[in-house]
Design a protein around this ligand. Structure first.
Ligand SMILES: [Zn+2]
Length: 175
């Protein structure tokens, strides 16, 4: 309920999503349609230090990313599309682990889908717990559980057909 209200408020602020995706946790059977909102404040070269180059799951149906990230995800998905039959998961259940390279953009979104499932389960507590534990990131300690769980459970089932906004479609045509 709280998440529905917050999602409606964010949609009001953010306008149209740049696209929609399918996401869920491994333990869930039903796929959920998630709105991806893009903002230049989250671009790699943004002048907003805390937002720069970051993605965030705001509610159980809204993820915010930079426009550069949204474009990169679309490009990656055109080359190697994820689907609900063949979803992308975070390899080895960790985005940052010794011996592995940086995660792909699709793996980062799979991680965010793990947060979507947490938001569904935790309701209003999600924001409190997220604020307390996100900064500890992944790791071996108990305080890393929030980020570890997102990487271990999230599944990204691809971009919803016909949901890509005009702005990104234009970028694609210019490539
Ligand atoms: Zn996270």
């Amino acid at each position: 309920m709280l998440h529905d209200l917050a999602s409606a408020w964010l949609r009001n602020l953010g306008g149209k999503p740049c696209f929609r995706i399918y996401g869920k946790a491994k333990t869930e059977s039903d796929w959920r349609v998630i709105d991806i909102f893009a903002t230049h404040r989250r671009d790699i070269f943004s002048s907003w230090p805390l937002w720069r180059g970051t993605c965030i799951t705001w509610t159980s149906s809204v993820i915010a990313v930079g426009w550069d990230f949204a474009g990169a995800l679309l490009n990656e998905q055109i080359r190697e599309p994820a689907s609900r039959e063949h979803p992308v998961e975070v390899i080895g259940g960790r985005l940052h682990a010794p011996g592995r390279g940086p995660g792909t953009v699709s793996e980062v979104i799979a991680h965010e889908c793990g947060h979507i499932a947490q938001a569904r389960r935790l309701g209003g507590l999600y924001w409190l717990i997220g604020a307390a534990f996100t900064r500890f990131r992944e790791g071996p300690r108990w305080r890393n559980w929030f980020e570890n769980q997102a990487s271990e459970t999230g599944q990204f089932g691809g971009i919803v057909n016909g949901s890509v906004c005009d702005e990104l479609m234009h970028q694609l045509r210019d490539l």
